[in-house]
Design a protein around this ligand. Structure first.
Ligand code: AFP
Length: 411
């Protein structure tokens, strides 16, 4: 086989697996309309550049858009995410240098009562600007913003974007930032929803009171269940910089090639191992967890769970790093409900739902113990949710334990 043929067949396999994961027989596939189905109709056009460089994220997205022109605006948003992740990766890497002045605290507390680090604020601003100037962003909600923001109406020449499709972006710009001073991995988490045009606010024409109804509509745009996500991604800033995404048809991992300055497809059609032997939760909280979870984890430690594997612990305390390892090696990552925090610690909208989407699209499961995370509609933007996600069989064992406990409570 010549070089182009080898490359072409690899891509066709990737595209085939994207289509396959949309099969209605796949219990994990979302209830999607045809707009989100990636068609295999036309053979992609390739050149020898990719044979030398690998498939860049830009190339990947343009192939997707070529085959699915209706996803064109999403391609533009991913262009902004690509740039923002590279910029944040540089900021995090340089943050220890005395000249960077990005370390330490901002002196502000965010809406969840957490001390904001300078990097939280800088990366929030960076991502906000990158997405805003695509002209495809309707509303944005961030861990670092008290309320959702409508940024499109404040763009210069906003009118030129009036006919383009808009999206709602929800994100945590720098998750795990409390670890950054110790050089521990951090990450950015992003979820993308469709946008309801009726939410545009003209800030020039209204006082706070007059706008409240529109603001409520705007807010409603962001309060969507994970099932409505059209795309999700995370960037992990670690030994390498990774960008992992799903468009609802499989999970794809890219690694930043620092020499090229491009994300290169390194993990096509990721599949999380179905069973594993890794527990990744803050075990200092074990005694406060729900009894079914405590019992299951204890069985795993003794090698008495369904798989018979003796489990081992791996916990960074930085969700993106822990989820990335879980995707690659399998196991369970969680921040479950406990007696002190009945809804756990992690936020549903911009942490729980996008990560659950990515994990499910790689063949894993994500639950609160009692409910699939993707089915929960948030009541407010910064709502927390208990999370247990990872290898299908291991998460199922937890779900079964909760079901058995509630059945015996009823009996
Ligand atoms: P920070 O962003 O404040 O560092 O919190 C990180 C995080 O939200 C998530 O990334 C971790 O999984 C989780 O908190 C760790 O929490 P514990 O320190 O309570 O284990």
């Amino acid at each position: 086989m010549n070089r182009i043929a080898v490359f072409s067949s690899t891509i066709l396999l990737i595209l085939a697996s994207r289509v396959e994961s949309f099969s209605p027989a796949n219990p994990l596939s979302k209830n999607v309309d045809s707009r989100h189905i990636i068609h295999q109709a036309k053979a992609p056009v390739f050149d020898e550049v990719c044979d030398v460089t690998g498939i860049t994220l830009k190339r990947f997205m343009s192939e997707v858009v070529l085959l699915n022109p209706e996803l064109g605006e999403l391609g533009t948003l991913f262009g902004a995410i690509d740039t923002a992740c590279k910029a944040i990766s540089n900021l995090v890497k340089r943050s220890q240098l005395p000249s960077s002045e990005t370390l330490g605290y901002q002196g502000e507390v965010n809406i969840q009562g957490e001390d904001q680090k300078k990097l939280d604020v800088i990366t929030n601003d960076l991502l906000k600007r990158a997405l805003r100037f695509t002209g495809r962003l309707g509303v944005l909600a961030s861990e670092e913003e008290d309320e959702p923001l409508d940024l499109i109406s404040s763009l210069p020449n906003e009118a030129i974007f009036s006919d383009t499709e808009k999206y709602v972006c929800v994100f945590d710009p720098l998750d795990g930032s409390s670890n950054v001073d110790a050089g521990i991995p951090t990450g950015t988490i992003i979820g993308i929803y469709e946008h309801d045009e009726t939410c545009a606010i003209d800030f020039d024409d209204c006082t706070d009171d007059e706008c409240s109804e529109q603001e409520a509509q705007c807010l409603a745009n962001t309060l969507q269940a994970g099932n409505n996500l059209v795309a999700a991604a995370y960037c992990l800033y670690s030994s390498s910089t990774f960008l992992v995404l799903t468009l609802g048809a499989g999970t794809y991992g890219f690694t930043l090639d620092e020499n090229l300055g491009e994300f290169i497809l390194s993990h096509p059609a990721m599949k999380i191992p179905e069973t594993s032997s890794i527990i990744s939760m803050n075990e200092a909280n074990t005694f406060m967890w729900d009894q079914p979870l405590q019992d299951t984890v204890m069985k795993w430690k003794r090698g008495e769970g369904k798989s018979g594997n003796s489990f081992s612990s791996r916990y960074i305390g930085s969700m993106v790093g822990d989820v990335h390892r879980t995707l690659l090696y399998g196991g369970i990552f969680g921040y479950p409900s406990d007696t002190k925090n009945p809804n756990g610690k992690l936020r549903l909208l911009y942490e729980g739902a996008p990560m659950s989407f990515i994990v499910e699209q790689a063949g894993g499961l994500a639950t609160t113990g009692k409910q699939r995370v993707m089915e929960i509609t948030p009541d407010y933007v910064h709502q927390r949710v208990p999370i247990i996600l990872g290898s299908k069989n291991d998460v199922q064992e937890v779900i079964d334990a909760y079901e058995n406990a509630s059945a015996s409570a009823v009996a």
